[in-house]
Design a protein around this ligand. Structure first.
Ligand code: PMP
Ligand code: GLN
Length: 381
């Protein structure tokens, strides 16, 4: 027997793979892993075929297809009135997850501390640990999952290197307000702390609320890696394409890692996305589209015994089942799959420490018929 020393001894297969596999095995409606069950725009897939026919079949430039980087710069300028230089400040990545990994790998040395807000997207903590960094956790409290910045400050030490933000947040659907951003600015003023701002759900923000991107605040922008995902924007999570925006100084470090991590990413899809996004109409309707889905799903869930938590953003809806059962959330989710035919994510999976608030997460990026069918089953719970 080979004796290998695991670099991540406490880590097993991600909850997303586990739940999607169980959903398939039990023929359950899969509202667990976050991905749409409807097709992306056929015009977009046509553009991929065209790019392949047009010969975009060899390596793209290392930092990304030039047209795509320019298109991203224009989109960002349209939305936030901020200019990022396509040559020196924008890098196309193999999805948001690679951008997160690469930004952390570029910055974190053994012993550096990174502050994260839990429940958190499950790649943050293992990536930090893999790099020899230390995870400092701020625990968000349901139902609102707000942040007390004075308590965040208590986590600061001389080794604090980075803070990871995620707004709109996965899994809680909470968002950061302008006040949050101003508090953060005060906190990091005079420090060298960097920010990794995971903004993959930037468009999925509801009820007229404004996405408070770190880009909008010069004091934050100058020290931030901003991560975005075309998977969310284009209803094409399987394409695994995204990007990272960062000032030149940070982008230089990012690309030092990126070039050896993946070198460059899928060429025909980059060309296709660039041509597709030249027309901004392809993303202006996305907020309303998902708000309608959120509202529809919340109305359906209101007819069950599950208790809705707030959802201000993302395509996730959390619910409490504490009035139904005191089972562990992992057991309750298993029972939902096996006995009721609906797959969800137990929110304890988004914490490192064992933390069970009796809350599960649904993904509502699904056809309304799928959501209605799931709700019919959930009425029996
Ligand atoms: N960050 C968050 C918060 C996410 O939910 C996801 C999920 N898919 C990602 C990053 C990664 O996006 P991608 O699929 O583009 O890697
Ligand atoms: N972000 C998606 C979710 O939270 C899935 C990402 C993944 O499967 N790695 O469900």
């Amino acid at each position: 027997m080979l004796n290998i020393q695991s670099k991540l001894p406490g880590v097993s297969t991600t909850i997303f793979s586990v739940m999607s596999k169980l959903a398939a095995e039990h023929n359950a409606i899969n509202l667990s892993q976050g991905f749409p069950d409807y097709a992306c725009d056929p015009a977009l897939t046509e553009l991929v075929s065209k790019a392949m026919k047009d010969g975009f079949n060899q390596y793209a430039p290392m930092p990304g297809n030039n047209l795509l980087k320019e298109t991203i710069a224009k989109k960002v300028e349209n939305l936030y009135h901020i200019k990022y230089n396509p040559d020196t400040e924008i890098t196309v990545t193999a999805g948001g997850t690679q951008a997160i990994f690469t930004a952390l790998a570029a910055i974190i040395n053994p012993g550096d501390e990174v502050i994260i807000f839990e429940p958190a997207y499950d790649s943050y903590a293992p990536t930090i640990k893999l790099l020899g960094g230390l995870v400092k956790t701020y625990e968000l409290a349901p139902p609102d999952y707000g942040i007390d910045w004075d308590m965040v400050k208590k986590l600061f030490t001389s080794s604090t290197r980075m803070i990871i933000l995620n707004s709109p947040q996965n899994p809680t659907g909470s968002i950061l307000s302008e006040d949050d951003m101003r508090s953060l600015i005060k906190l990091i003023n005079g420090t060298d702390i960097l920010i990794l701002s995971d903004e993959v759900y930037e468009h999925l923000i509801y009820d007229g609320q404004k996405h408070q991107s770190v880009m909008l605040f010069p004091e934050l922008r100058e020290r931030s890696f901003v991560v975005a995902s075309f998977g969310k924007l284009l209803h094409a999570t399987g394409w695994k394409l995204g990007y990272c925006l960062a000032p030149e100084l940070l982008t230089k470090e990012f690309r030092k890692v990126h070039q050896f991590n993946v070198f460059s990413v899928n060429s025909p899809m980059q060309e296709a996305i660039a041509n597709y996004l030249k027309e901004s109409k392809h993303y202006t309707g996305i907020t309303q589209f998902f708000q309608d889905k959120r509202d529809y799903f919340r109305r359906l869930i209101a007819d069950t015994r599950l208790e809705l938590l707030p959802c201000n953003g993302s395509y996730f809806q959390c619910v409490s089942y504490s009035n139904i059962s005191d089972e562990k959330d992992t057991d309750f989710s298993m029972r939902l799959i096996k006995d009721f035919g609906v797959a969800t994510i137990p929110v304890s999976a988004f914490y490192q420490k064992s933390t069970d608030h009796k809350i599960i997460r649904f993904c509502f990026a699904k056809e309304n018929t799928t959501l209605a069918l799931a709700a019919e089953k959930l009425k029996n719970v």
